[in-house]
Design a binder for this molecule. Structure first.
Ligand SMILES: Cc1cc2nc3c(=O)[nH]c(=O)nc-3n(C[C@H](O)[C@H](O)[C@H](O)COP(=O)(O)OP(=O)(O)OC[C@H]3O[C@@H](n4cnc5c(N)ncnc54)[C@H](O)[C@@H]3O)c2cc1C
Length: 815
């Protein structure tokens, strides 16, 4: 074998389908100095034994686009490289054996329409015509995706490798990377037994080994392996060829026809984590012991759907490991801890169908220095550092494997590995009936069960069991006062003589304000896209408090630190654990607060968007007059050890004023009425403040020009061809979640990005973007249309406007 080079532009670690796809796409963009290192042979990890299903419909818009791209790529790869791939576009059929499942599939088919993916809703009888061996008992219907496919994972990987090699990539087998080299917080190469390779970029595509390899370099790659089972039957006489892939998610089963046999695999609700004692050094093309007891009930369900299976002999019981992540979405992008160390791993059983798209966007990300589209669903920066904890991962993995086929109910919460992060008020909230949900590992009260009601979810696509209770919390906030535990906020302190200048370059709004002012701002990238949405409070001449959502705190801290120049006299640190936060919101919040403090909290002395440290009960707390619910109110930042005392005092003082505890579902309903945006849904790095209607928070002419200003100026000049709008259904029945198509005068113009019922306006609300090909989306365009929102295949009349449906003039907030 040729000796290794001592330097390369990019070193990719891992020769599974994902590593090879990245090499393929880097070279496709013209980067030739690409080295891929594989510890054994290409595909010898997980790739070789995949079932090879290539589906296209994913939970979100951009992930579906990536899966669509994969299909297009695999369809042409053989022609391009001369290497057969075995790709066949035979379609897929997703079955519904329950009302909930059928609604989920129909909503998915509606979403597919938003991006030109053919998805047909069928009756059970029509489905049987496509799959004659199927027993339709208990079936309500199906969705057919004619352009889904299946492929041979080994051959497809070899084709990607061949394509990469033909354009200059060098691929070395039997070279194990022992260490990723890091200097000054930046990846600088890899160490192997055959020598070091210095590199500008390192990409960790080491599959289930990626966690360990990342950890040694100081980067958290939260994934864990689990056993994954399928069987292959003997040849079944008379089996029709080219049957679409069958997904019977209610039975946790998928079935594909292959060369006259059936391959039957499962995503069972309780999986078996694997590799707790480490992965054997010799592991290559290995299988794990079969476990008939484990698969027997699953096999029975498959036989019920396809009775021909009962007579067929089993040629192969297969069990192989695959990596899973805590939220069942893969890990992509630059690690927040180590610059220029990229990762593409943790593919949760969809690595074959994801590899094309993931390889393309990661190559773009490396070459261009930023992701080519909103990839927040899979961006590794969505995860928290603690999530690399092995015990947490093992316990969560038991549940995660099954989630692929579980019902994706709105508001569904994980059931495993709970209780990792708790606010100091947790037990007090639990004692008062809180039903908790999980965000970024935090347990957060989503709603409160009144006495006699169990604080547990009963899921559906309709009004769930907490709907009326949450409506009461909502009402309390609008009419009296509500108390939210918002301790999960990410809180960063930026300090130093240059703190103002540094932040003013990062923030689109102006933070050169007097001490005690709270500034709502976006952080933009060079393209004008919104990287973060948060508040910055000036605490002193040289100190600022940045407050952001729990879910984005890793990402936002990484962005902040990356954008502090090395020679600036400013540092940023994470103070999240130091403060609990209580949001006291509603028209009577002033009255309640005034019972507990001597500070003057009148509107004149303590106006909106200001912040002060005040005495409160026995504590000194930072009170900030700011809101995410659209009412008079204060966020109280309380040193953690004082929070319980302050909470008790507020609850007592609030009782005569009708104070109610309120949860995150109520907050979501309140913010939707007010039209407040939510990063990750309504605003992402693809959307600009102008498109999102946040131009009021852009300080165009401040002293320090902000990142993204030039791009925004260009867009302002050009005019807007897409804009964020507020949506309210005219029909009371259906509920919106997100990704529902928006029709204007019979033409598809966009999709919703958020949805929730607004209890004060009494309507189903949505936020979404509408676009126009030839001309600007201005107030006239928005006003003059007749709108419908498509919900599970049915179009529902809606009102669409630019202003919020509740208090557009901000009178309540400034009261
Ligand atoms: C039973 C089963 C069925 C599946 N069916 C499907 C399906 O139908 N459709 C689908 O989309 N997905 C399916 N999958 C999932 C799919 O196989 C994986 O998601 C995909 O193969 C992951 O590819 P990868 O490149 O990330 O990982 P891998 O294929 O595991 O590649 C990682 C490579 O890195 C190498 N490596 C590790 N450490 C080092 C090191 N230090 N130095 C050098 N090299 C290193 C390993 O040897 C390995 O070859 C299935 C998985 C299983 C287990």
């Amino acid at each position: 074998m040729a000796s290794l080079p001592d330097r390369a532009q990019v070193v990719i670690v891992g020769g599974g389908i994902v590593g090879c796809s990245i090499a393929y796409h880097l070279t496709l963009r013209g980067w030739k100095d690409v080295v891929l290192l594989e510890r054994k042979q290409l595909t010898s990890g997980t790739t070789w034994h995949a079932a090879g299903l290539v589906g296209q419909l994913r939970a979100t818009h951009n992930l579906t686009r990536l899966a669509q791209y994969t299909t297009e790529l695999y369809a042409t790869l053989e022609k391009e490289t001369g290497q057969a791939t075995g790709f066949r576009q035979i379609g897929s059929l997703a079955l519904a054996a329950s009302e909930g499942r059928f609604e989920e599939l129909k909503r998915g088919a509606s979403m597919a329409r938003c991006f030109g993916l053919e998805a047909n809703v069928l009756t059970a009888e029509q489905a049987k015509e496509l799959w004659p061996l199927m027993n339709t008992e208990g079936l309500l219907g199906a969705v057919h995706l004619p352009r889904d496919g299946q492929t041979n994972p080994i051959d497809t990987t070899q084709a990607l490798a061949k394509g990469a090699r033909s354009r200059g990539a060098r691929i070395y087998e039997n070279v194990k990377v022992s260490e990723i080299l890091v200097t000054g917080g930046r990846a600088t190469g890899v160490r192997t037994p055959k020598g070091d390779i210095h590199a500008e970029y390192v990409v960790n595509c080491a599959g289930m080994w990626a966690h360990e390899l990342g950890a040694r370099a100081g980067a958290a790659i939260p994934l864990h392996a689990a056993e994954h089972f399928y069987v292959v039957t003997d040849a079944i006489p008379g089996l029709p060829r080219h049957l679409p892939v069958l997904r019977d998610a209610d039975a946790c089963t998928y079935i594909k026809e292959d060369a006259g046999k059936l391959l039957v695999g499962w995503f069972e609700p309780k999986a078996k984590p694997w590799g707790m004692d480490g992965i054997p050094e010799s592991f290559a093309f290995d299988t794990l012991p079969d476990d008939l007891d484990h698969i027997e009930p699953l096999l029975a369900a498959a036989i019920h759907r396809v009775p021909a299976l009962s007579g067929a002999g089993i040629q192969l019981f297969f069990n192989g490991p695959e990596s899973f992540t805590p939220d069942n979405r893969y890990l992509l992008g630059e690690t927040p801890e180590v610059r220029r160390l990229f990762v593409a791993a943790g593919f949760n059983s969809i690595g074959i169908q994801s590899a094309g798209g993931a390889g393309k966007v990661l190559a773009d990300w490396i070459i261009d220095g930023h992701p080519p589209m909103d990839l927040s669903d899979v961006d590794i920066r969505r995860l928290m550092p603690f999530q690399r904890n092995r015990r947490y991962l093992k316990d969560r993995t038991v549940e995660v494997l099954g989630l692929l086929y579980a019902m994706h109910w709105p508001f569904r919460q994980p059931e495993s590995a709970r209780g990792a992060r708790k606010s100091v008020l947790h037990d007090r909230l639990a004692a008062r009936g809180a039903c908790f949900g999980e965000t970024a590992g935090w347990e957060r009260a989503n709603w409160f069960a009144p006495q006699g009601v169990s604080p547990a979810y009963e899921y559906s696509y309709g009004r769930q069991n907490w709907f009326a209770h949450s409506a009461e919390e909502h009402k309390a906030v609008r009419e009296r006062a509500g108390l939210f535990d918002q301790s999960s906020f990410g809180k960063f302190v930026v300090e130093g003589a240059d703190a103002e200048a540094v932040l003013n370059r990062i923030c689109a709004n102006d933070v050169a304000v007097p001490t005690g002012r709270v500034v709502y701002t976006e952080w933009l990238n060079e393209r004008g896209g919104i990287e973060a949405d948060l508040t910055v409070t000036r605490e002193s001449e040289t100190r600022f408090l940045v407050v952001t959502a729990a879910a984005t705190s890793t990402r936002d801290l990484a962005w902040l630190q990356k954008n502090i120049p090395s020679d600036a006299r400013a540092t940023a640190f994470d103070a999240t654990s130091g403060y609990a936060v209580l949001g006291l919101m509603g028209p009577r919040s002033r009255e309640i607060l005034s019972r507990l403090t001597d500070a003057d909290i009148s509107n004149e002395a303590f106006p909106f968007a200001t912040s002060r440290i005040i005495d409160l009960a026995y504590a000194r707390v930072r009170a900030s007059r700011i809101t995410y619910v659209g009412e008079l109110g204060w966020e109280l930042y309380i040193p953690t050890e004082f929070a319980q005392g302050v909470f008790d005092a507020i609850m007592e003082a609030g009782e005569p004023a009708g104070l109610s505890l309120a949860g995150y579902h109520a907050m979501n309903s309140l913010r939707m009425e007010k039209g407040y945006r939510h990063w990750g849904h309504d605003i992402t790095d693809e959307d600009t403040p102008l498109e999102a209607g946040l131009g009021f928070a852009v300080a165009w002419d401040k002293k320090v020009p902000f990142i993204g200003r030039e791009a925004l100026l260009r867009q302002r000049h050009r005019g807007l061809q897409r804009r964020l709008v507020q949506v309210a259904l005219r029909d009371e029945g259906p509920l919106l979640y997100h990704n529902e198509p928006i029709w204007r005068d019979g033409e598809l113009v966009g999709r919703t990005t958020s949805g929730m019922f607004g209890h004060t306006v009494g309507r189903s609300l949505g936020t979404g973007y509408i676009a126009r090909q030839n001309g600007p989306v201005d107030a006239d365009f928005v006003r003059s249309g007749r709108y419908e929102i498509e919900v599970a295949g049915t179009r529902v009349a809606a009102d669409v406007q630019l202003r919020s449906f509740y208090d557009p003039g901000n009178l309540r907030v400034k009261a």
